[in-house]
Write a protein that binds this ligand. Structure first.
Ligand SMILES: [Zn+2]
Length: 319
């Protein structure tokens, strides 16, 4: 099943909805960053993207402002400009800024370049999320960007957080993008027993899953299928414990799913030491993206859903 390489390579109109550029020639890092990544320039990103497509051409890309740049979007915007100059297709971006400090002119300029949302960065240092602060941040951010056409708020939070912010998101004037499976975890990352059946149920019954599904069913959120290695420990098997989660999502909310490679695959926040933040370079993970795509295609199970996730859903989301 899915053995033919061409079968799971990406279609020509695909959107890779979460990628990063780290390029010291385009701009400086935030002095208060939690880590310093390796370089990941735009041309490497384009090379990676071309390598997993069936046409040998890079995907439509959504650049996401990574935490080491803080609220300085210079590198993000410079990369967007380069993509436009290259004649690349629909290049979009999600920026990070203080909604209480940003001017209308800055928002307008970012929109023109392809920015379509604001990322609230909650977990760069792997710490706990303060719920009151998160609810307040969501409301302030939504109020500031609601007049921007098609703009969304993007968050990455532990799955159980959706139970707490459910009512807030129902009433928010903008839609939300849930990063990396909405924080759901495969059974290998949950504290469970070894019996397979029990494990499958545990993954589907984890806290927050029902709220996440309901929010997607009510068209309040999109869920990004990305960061498989953040949700599962089973790299050898292509993160097979995520299969029941993906199958459930596809069955219930296939119109609200998008895919992303999360290139260049930054490390996990919880291993970081403050004393290393500025002067030690943190390597990227080495990830078998073709194995991930092969498995994902198997779990998604039909071409109609695959095309929605890869092309039409992201096209609508980042219009
Ligand atoms: Zn990322």
């Amino acid at each position: 099943m899915g053995g033919d390489r061409l079968d799971y390579l990406l279609p020509s109109e695909v959107y890779d909805t979460h990628v990063h550029v780290f390029d010291s020639q385009l701009g400086p890092y935030d002095p208060a960053r939690a880590y310093t990544p390796e370089e990941a320039p735009l041309r490497s990103l384009q090379g990676f993207s071309a390598g997993i497509s069936s046409t040998g051409l890079p995907a439509n890309l959504v650049l996401v402002q990574p935490s080491p740049y803080g609220v300085d979007n210079r590198v993000l915007l410079a990369a967007l400009q380069k993509l436009h100059k290259d004649g690349s297709r629909n290049c979009r971006a999600i920026a990070v800024f203080d909604p209480e400090l940003i001017s209308d002119a800055e928002l307008g300029y970012m929109h023109e370049l392809g920015v379509r949302g604001l990322r609230l960065n909650l977990q760069a240092s792997g710490g706990e999320v303060n719920h009151d602060a998160l609810i307040n941040a969501l409301e302030v951010a939504a109020d500031r960007i609601k007049q921007m056409p098609g703009w969304k708020i993007q968050i990455y939070c532990p799955a159980q957080t959706w139970d707490v912010i459910y009512d807030t998101i129902i009433n928010l004037p903008v839609e939300v993008i849930a990063d990396h499976f909405g924080g759901l975890k495969g059974s290998s990352k949950l504290n469970t027993i070894t019996d397979n059946k029990t494990n499958e149920n545990t993954a589907l019954e984890q806290l927050g899953f029902r709220s996440l599904l309901k929010l997607a069913e009510k068209s309040r959120i999109y869920i990004k299928l990305s960061g498989f290695y953040r949700a599962s420990n089973l790299s050898e098997t292509g993160y097979s414990d995520l299969a029941p989660i993906v199958r459930t999502l596809v069955k219930r909310v296939s119109d609200r799913l998008v895919w992303a490679s999360d290139w260049p695959h930054t490390g996990e926040g919880k291993d970081r030491k403050p004393e290393d933040a500025l002067n030690k370079t943190e390597p990227f993970r080495s990830i078998d993206n073709l194995l991930i795509l092969k498995k994902l295609k198997e779990w998604v199970g039909n071409d109609e859903a695959w095309c929605k996730i890869m092309v039409s859903n992201p096209k609508a989301l980042y219009a």
